[in-house]
Write a protein that binds this ligand. Structure first.
Ligand code: ZN
Length: 58
């Protein structure tokens, strides 16, 4: 069964990666334009949710 959260996390990452090189303002982690900020924010939130959900140790 595909992991929906992982898929969304990867999609958000791709969306941000697709935006950043063509933007010019979003090449650094510390500053984003308005669109980049939204993309980066949803990517960071999904990444956080995904990583938090991972089992610690087995
Ligand atoms: Zn940007």
């Amino acid at each position: 069964m595909p992991d929906d959260l992982y898929q969304r996390y990867q999609a958000a990452h791709r969306a941000y990666q697709a935006h950043a090189p063509s933007c010019g303002a979003c090449t650094r982690d510390t500053f984003h334009c308005r669109d980049g900020e939204k993309l980066h924010e949803s990517f960071a939130r999904l990444q956080d949710a995904y990583l938090t959900r991972q089992p610690r140790k087995h």
